[in-house]
Ligand binder design. Sequence first.
Ligand code: GTP
Ligand code: MG
Length: 662
Amino acid sequence: MPRKVNCGIDYDDGYDDDFDDYDYGYDVEENVKEPSLQDTIKRGVWRCSVCTYDNDDTMSSCDICGILRSPSVSNGTYDEKRTAPFKFDVPSPDDLVSNGLHSSAQHSKGKDKHGGIIFSKNLEINPSSGFKASDKSSASMAKGRVEDSDGRSVSNNLCSSGQSSSSLMPKERTDMVEDGSSLTHGGEGYLTSNLKNMTLGAKSGNSKDIKANSRAQYKPEKWMFPEKAEGSLTQLNLAIVGHVDSGKSTLSGRLLHLLGRISQKEMHKYEKESKLQGKGSFAYAWALDESAEERERGVTMTVAVTYLDSKRYHVVVLDSPGHKDFVPNMITGATPADAAILVIDASIGSFEAGMDGTKGQTREHAQLIRSFGVDQIIVAVNKMDAVEYSKDRFDLIKSQLGTFLRSCDFKDSSVTWIPLSAVENQNLVVAPSDVRLSWYHGPYLLDAIDSFQPSSRDFSKPLLMPICDVIKSSQGQVSACGKLEAGAVRSGSKVLVMPSADIATVRSLERDSQTCSIARAGDNVAINLHGIDGNHVIAGGVLCHPDFPVAFARHLELKVLVLDGATPILMGSQLEFYAHHAKEAARVARISLLLDSKTGKVTKKAPRCIVAKQSAVIELVLQESICIEMFSKCKALGRVFLRTLGRTVAVGVVTRIVEELV
Ligand code: GTP
Ligand code: MG
């Protein structure tokens, strides 16, 4: 039924607004002392920045704690470092599980029977096409086989790149471009204040941002703007997120069934088949979890995309995996969300497990969706049947989780709390019938979905569509799928396919399996292209207006916020980098500035490391170039997530593209 995808950070209004007000120079606090190499080096030894042990000069990592030697001490200039072979963490089998990094198997799926499109999980890479003959693709996110924490073999995403930037792009260097933005800070509410208070003044006085100027000259045509046709529904991309087994897929399946998107016959089939496999309770989830492996394990592994209509919206449902091994898939699949339903399992012990700082995904998902730019959510307190629809239990959950959501910068007024039961169909599309819920007087779920505010769309900007998946037909046709972040396309439009920089023509467009003639910002579509080698269309790539190419780069300046509980980030740290539908291995090349978590002012230049709840300006070098944009130019393409060892350690925005290939 659904199309399955592997698919970025938009901050709150305040953040976005603040962004325009950024300083063009960092405020450096007085008495901030530049670290001198003397602080760290004695003759013949180098001092570990973490445990301060004096290591022999020949050691490349600390003999005591294993931390990599600071590149500024050991590797000389940045350029030398940049050309040094990139080293990705050699993971242990356990790391592979938690990181989701190992794999190669590819598979693609066709159309599903309910109208959704099931996207291919990986790009077929043709060695002769200019791509490296590799099972890795920066964006293709190949699914592969890894062992999960239970020791079972599971599919997962591959994170790495197989594109050869040199063979694809002319090697012309542009002037440095500059930008700024603001993030927030620490403590209870640290995320909020960090994102709001970090003011950035990335600078390069002689910089010239050619693309920004030409973008300003872009003149959209009349057809690119929607006509408010009577009865037409606005599209809402709705992510369903939450801890594993909280009932996300069951809730999504139930809604689809209640709204007629799953027929009675199909539902009977799911019930029968799931019972036969001893998984009767997963009947509704089977509508979304449609791979054999997902059904056998009873766990969603990749984001399922399906559709339903409410009174006001054409809702694109993004049912995300909750298992910690599949957070990368949740990030890449749910990033285009306009709004979200955070599903909570109300059962005793289960809510608590989800809130666990190290093992629970409730907090991580909440932080991530906030970082996607989602500021309006419904908290669906599910499985209320398991707690006798207890008001006390609901109130306790609301109180504990509410405090955390406030710390993530969700305003109370943008959070709707709904007690419900997906299995017993209580409070979903009509008011609850169970008398035990008579204490609840708020909206039911579908009503609350209709209360979301429509997102603003960039109709007047040049086309940008990050490609989340690619469908290739046996007849050689190729379709790029994703959400238009800006601009519009129609049949016959010429588009620039990045990073191959090929021009293709739009043959046709499909939205929700229906052919349509025009797609505009906000729409989720499959764009059938002709005049291009299918191997040059890759997930993680971007469709652009031919005159306004997206940047293609591997050296970026970011403003990041290190999340609560994260391990310290050091110079040389190897991380997984996520932006829109692209993933890439990355190395921290520089920690330029530490910012005050409350004021956003620079408190220290060149700190040795950044720890949980700290904000900083850092430079990252990716293993391979990716399509990326500064946050100021395109929020969806300028939000980033950094992960390591199976955990999201930082969220941030691209503030400068240090070196761009055009
Ligand atoms: P992942 O995608 O793997 O994170 O799981 P999920 O959140 O999609 O949960 P799923 O829908 O697969 O359901 C997990 C289990 O919870 C199934 O056995 C469901 O029957 C059960 N479940 C879902 N909703 C309810 C509910 O309202 N009440 C009760 N009692 N059980 C429920
Ligand atoms: Mg699920």
